[in-house]
Ligand binder design. Structure first.
Ligand SMILES: [Zn+2]
Ligand SMILES: [Zn+2]
Length: 155
């Protein structure tokens, strides 16, 4: 016979529960499923991609609910929304300062496992002439390896 220990919540659920409570929001299974996926991936998914994954775990969840859940996560500081000029958006479960590469062909966004030297940031800040800088984000744009090799093969 199995001991009836209370089922231990995965850590992401605890983090989510606290963040939601702090901002006066309710913990729901939909929000939890969205956050579990986002916290575990480094793919910077679109809302559609999150939906495609999460609907396999939460039957009946809608794209609208996924979208609202993502916005809730952004609102309580658990995710970052990466919005682009063409109106598209991706979501990042990493909220610590880090930088991205973005493919102009397939739209894929990846983390760069390196940081910008403090001196480089300081010299940019000096050039702003009095702008109070509170942070920065760097994105390198171009073509990922897959897209680049397709383009090269076509040429
Ligand atoms: Zn690409
Ligand atoms: Zn990222």
């Amino acid at each position: 016979m199995k001991a009836s220990m209370p089922q231990e919540l995965p850590n992401t659920d605890l983090v989510l529960r606290r963040a939601l409570e702090t901002s006066g929001q309710r913990f729901t299974e939909q929000r939890a499923a969205v956050y579990r996926f986002l916290a575990a991936t480094d793919q910077h998914p679109t809302a559609d991609e999150v939906f495609l994954h999460v609907r396999g775990h939460v039957p009946g969840i809608s794209l609208a609910t996924v979208y609202k859940s993502l916005e809730t996560l952004v609102g309580c500081g658990l995710a970052v929304k990466l919005a682009y000029a063409d109106g598209s958006a991706r979501y990042d479960g990493r909220t610590d300062p880090h930088h991205h590469v973005r493919c102009l062909s397939c739209g894929r966004v990846s983390d760069i496992p390196a940081s910008v030297p403090d001196e480089a940031v300081a010299s940019l800040r000096e050039a702003t002439q009095g702008f109070r800088v509170t942070g920065f984000r760097l994105e390198l744009a171009g073509y990922c390896r897959e897209c680049d090799s397709v383009a090269t093969a076509r040429a």
